[in-house]
Design a binder for this molecule. Sequence first.
Ligand code: HEM
Length: 150
Amino acid sequence: MTTETIPAPRSSYTPPRKRRVNWEKWGWLYMRVSGLFLVVLIFGHLFVNLVSGAGVRAIDFAFVAGKWADPFWMVWDTLMLVLALIHGANGMRTVTNDYAHRPILRKTLLGAILVSTVVLLVLGILVIYTFDPCPSNAIAGTLPAFCKAH
Ligand code: HEM
């Protein structure tokens, strides 16, 4: 009885790899692009609040109320909130993946980052778009003086 060895095939069939979204690549890109926007948004915010006009002494409840009565600053602050929160959360995800080696700890931390980011995003956006400095049901005497003009 002769034993024959079957020669190795010249080309083996490899099933085509499924094209998946490369989230790591998009996350990397997001950090750079959001960073560029954040430089303008954060330094613009600091300049308007602390330097221009009467500077830091002008900041009080009325100053914030005035800014959020203007759609321009509502959109500015929304962009700053959304871009910075997702940027910070994605950065913390990277740090967690680098340093938390135990799977249970890693998953817990990533879950906590996700939950806190979503909660802060929802609360922050709600505050910007529902803020009313002179609510009609306020307790008498608790409203700022400028509400009398309403
Ligand atoms: C002036 C605006 C900002 C710019 C230009 C900027 C830029 C960057 C860039 C390019 C990275 C990626 C670094 C890397 O992959 O090695 C990064 C990472 C990070 N950023 Fe920002 N960022 C800004 C603001 C912020 C803010 C406001 C926060 C917090 C909410 C933040 C939190 C983080 C964190 C936690 C990381 C991860 C650090 C790490 O991987 O070691 N950044 N930032």
